[in-house]
Design a protein around this ligand. Sequence first.
Ligand code: GLN
Length: 234
Amino acid sequence: MNLKLNVAHLYGDLLNTYGDIGNILVLEYYAKQMNVELTSEIVSLDQQFEESKFDLAFFGGGQDYEQVIVSKDIQNKKEALTFFIENDGPMLAICGGYQLLGEYYISAKGEKIAGINALPHYTKSQDNNRFIGDIIIKNSETGQEYHGFENHNGMTFLGNGERPLGTVISGHGNNGEDKSEGAIYKNVFCSYFHGPILARNGELAKRLLLLALKRKYPTSDFTQQEQLEIKPTY
Ligand code: GLN
């Protein structure tokens, strides 16, 4: 069988600081090893998110300026994105994208930037400070450690039904207070990690690809893909 996955790169022309697009290159790299043809397309301003066309979604991070623009436009995609998420669509959202999936983000200037409230977290602003630096976390379900680099003003607090992507071993994480980093809600994985996250954390790329494959081809056997060996890159 010809296995195919199509990725929606949400606002890839606006939210792509720190090379977050590398996450799509990493997905392509592992998809190839799984004998899966992976394609991607940008879904940006004034375009619809046609959820039935996509098997995975990726939403990168960005500056406050671009986030304000995206915040207005994404309200028109709120229904389709929420439908995709509630129907177990796999998604990876980084930093600014992570913030916009939640209730709101208070920018460095104190502006309230609306999210789509698809996930129950909210993000406050720090006073004249950013969390910048290397970070290591541990995922409690798999025991996997994830390594990355964070750079954010926002302090995110998780809501009911969300669990953290990991517990902070070193670095700041969601808010510098509760040792949580990122969020998992259904098949949505959120994080503040740049670097890009999947380049250093191939196990997470594998997890996303397997979720997408099993959802799209529910009667197929993916034992071979599950056995793909990921070598640590840190
Ligand atoms: N502008 C947001 C913040 O500073 C997101 C930053 C980012 O995506 N790196 O928190």
